[in-house]
Design a protein around this ligand. Structure first.
Ligand SMILES: [Zn+2]
Ligand SMILES: [Zn+2]
Length: 256
């Protein structure tokens, strides 16, 4: 069995094909998917989407790329996280690629989410892009190691991975690892300890080879696992087993 640790099934290109996608997940043995929140206006719809499906779960949080959007407090986030369907805080973090300084609001928002993790006891889903130094610094300053989480769609260096793992974080690899030019990430996929590995689609984006450029969905997470297995020269069942075990260990609110 496989799991997709990060997707956006509530985005319109996926939500409108949900029955098809759920069927493809079943065909590909993808048992669970975590539908990750990006902002508050979309969150009620996300919760409505996961509610009737026992194998779909949710997070709550505001993505760093959304400017001028409602800013929930740590208490508000922790309150929303009390729903049995909500298993993580995020996605949160820093993104200096899409936006440029002044970005103090982004760092403040990130700190608020780490504090919400402390209040709720739930793990963090961290997005970091062109901002690894500040991301690690704020994680350290806010004591994110106390509850851990995942560095999602990881594309940073081995040093950054090691620093995150030292703070009890898992490293999640997306379809990027299947891209021909992603040689640094492929080297990292070989070095990563299996007990720290998660896999994800980040769908609808980042469809893995051989679907590159098409709309991605959680059933395609098997291609991420297959690539990692090929790189590590091990059976794909091993990659599936470890990444699935890690998923249930980290998101411990989910009933297996
Ligand atoms: Zn992200
Ligand atoms: Zn995402």
């Amino acid at each position: 069995m496989y799991v997709d640790s990060h997707c956006h099934l509530d985005f319109p290109e996926l939500a409108q094909n949900l029955p098809d996608i759920l069927r493809r997940m079943e065909q590909n043995l993808v048992s669970h998917a975590l539908v990750v929140s990006v902002n508050m206006p979309q969150w009620p719809g996300l919760m409505e989407l996961v509610a009737p499906h026992p194998h779909l779960y949710a997070s709550v949080g505001v993505h760093p790329d959304y400017e001028d959007t409602p800013e929930p407090s740590a208490d508000e986030l922790a309150g929303m996280a009390e729903s049995p369907k909500v298993v993580a805080i995020g996605e949160t973090g820093l993104d200096y690629f899409r936006l440029s300084e002044p970005l103090e609001w982004q760092r403040e928002r990130f700190r608020t989410h780490i504090r919400a993790s402390r209040k709720s006891g739930l793990p963090l889903i961290i997005h970091t892009r062109s901002a690894s130094e500040d991301t690690l610094r704020i994680m350290r300053e806010e004591g994110a190691d106390e509850f851990g989480g995942v560095m999602h769609c990881f594309t940073e260096s081995w040093e950054v991975a090691q620093a995150a793992m030292a703070m009890n974080f898992y490293i999640s690899l997306s379809g990027i690892v299947t891209f021909k030019k992603a040689t640094d990430l492929q080297d990292l996929a070989v070095k990563l300890p299996l007990d720290r590995l998660l896999i994800e689609t980040d769908s609808p984006y980042l469809a893995p080879v051989p679907y590159r450029g098409k709309v991605n969905d959680p059933s395609k997470v098997i291609h991420v696992a297959e690539k990692i297995a090929e790189l590590r020269d091990m059976p794909v069942a091993e990659v599936a087993k470890h990444s699935t075990d890690n998923f249930f260990r980290l998101f411990s609110k989910i009933q297996r």
